[in-house]
Design a protein around this ligand. Structure first.
Ligand SMILES: [Zn+2]
Length: 372
């Protein structure tokens, strides 16, 4: 039997799916990933239910399903306080793989792993927080010196300022360039951390795969009618650049490092978006809000949606975490009414979270939604 290697490097590709990656490998656009697959092995894993970033990466870190760790979405809901909140590392009630390894004396470094913000202030750990962190500041890292040495002047960004309302080639190129630069800086910081500090377990999470696919999966997904258009070449440039940077990083690792590439969920281009609340309302489970506060906030959001430039500005100048906090604030106002409802879906609970206050009506809700 081959001797076990004693260091592990994990690369997280958010939303990475063979459905999109395989054609890129076949076209020779990701030669380094292809080589790793040929020299190692690959498989398709089942995601969590629901298949979203926070529950899936939390299952990855804890080894249990969302029913046991309690993270189902970007927003959680506290039924006693009747409030929604943005999930973070404090929302995980269990030991993570990082806790177990570092408590056993192993040196652990994580860069951008979802739900590692706020960082655990423990020895044997170096953490750079994730996309659910606030803007880049000293609070997203542990130990504090990491911010000054690696983040402050390095061009490191938690997220790119992605925004799109246009599918012109120039708009696509701008997003792809931004995503490439964000991940190049992240990989460079990881490379420096690897060189400067001892480590046994290192995880680097690439988030822009998910963002690029949210914008452009209809060009990348072989099931989509838009697959294979000239825009495939524009979008696949991101994967080419990523492969080149990852390839350089992996080649620089010692022989004694085991490399694992992992993803959190698959991807499919959008055909339809279903807003569950109006459906629940027509079925008599959710009453329309009478609150003045709710109406004012909803009118503001509708106004922003009609004015694309303002909406883009909000997206550009506000981090995802701030956007989610605004959403949580809106939800909290709504929740005053929702808590009186038998069942509701917090707006912004992206695709999955229907909250049921009345257990008795669970079966009738299931029946009505399935028959809709
Ligand atoms: Zn994800």
């Amino acid at each position: 039997m081959e001797e076990l290697k004693n260091k592990v490097f994990i690369l997280g590709l958010d939303g990475g799916t063979w459905k999109i990656l395989d054609p890129l490998l076949q076209k020779g656009l990701m030669p380094n990933l292809k080589k790793m697959v040929e020299e190692g092995t690959k498989g398709t894993l089942r995601s969590t239910v629901p298949p979203l970033t926070p529950p899936a990466w939390t299952s990855f870190q804890t080894g249990v399903n969302p029913g046991k760790h309690g993270i189902f979405d970007f927003l959680g809901f506290d039924p006693t306080k009747k409030k929604t909140y943005v999930v973070n590392s404090n929302s995980i009630p269990l030991k993570t793989i990082w806790d177990i390894a570092s408590n056993s004396g192993k040196k652990v470094i994580t860069v951008n792993v979802p739900l590692t913000y706020p960082p655990k202030r423990e020895p044997n750990r170096i953490t750079i927080g994730c996309m659910l962190s606030p803007k880049e500041n000293v609070d997203i890292v542990w130990p504090k010196e990491i911010f000054e040495k690696y983040i402050k002047r390095s061009g490191y960004k938690i997220l790119g300022a992605y925004s799109t309302g246009s599918l012109k080639d120039s708009a696509i190129e701008a997003i792809i360039n931004e995503a490439t630069e964000v991940e190049r800086a992240r990989i460079e910081v990881s490379r420096r951390l690897m060189a400067d500090y001892p480590w046994d377990l290192f995880m680097l999470q690439i988030q822009s795969t998910d963002h690029v696919q949210h914008f452009f999966s209809h060009y990348l997904d072989p099931d989509s009618p838009d697959f294979g258009s000239h825009k495939y070449a524009l979008v696949s440039k991101f994967y080419q650049e990523l492969d080149e940077e990852v390839g350089k990083l992996v080649q620089s690792l010692d022989e004694n490092v085991t490399v694992i590439i992992a993803s959190d969920h698959g991807f499919h281009y959008f055909k339809k978006y279903v807003n569950i609340n109006p459906l629940l309302r027509t079925q008599g489970f959710l009453e329309e809000s009478e609150s003045l506060e709710v109406n004012v906030i909803e009118k503001c959001i509708k106004f922003l949606r009609r004015n694309k430039i303002l909406m883009w500005s909000a997206k550009i100048f506000l981090s995802t975490s701030i956007q989610l906090k605004i959403l949580a604030a809106v939800n909290n106002v709504n929740a005053k009414d929702w808590f009186r409802a038998k069942v509701f879906m917090p707006r912004g609970g992206i695709f999955a979270s229907i909250f049921i206050n009345d257990k008795v009506c669970l079966q009738s809700i299931q029946k009505k939604l399935l028959n809709y």
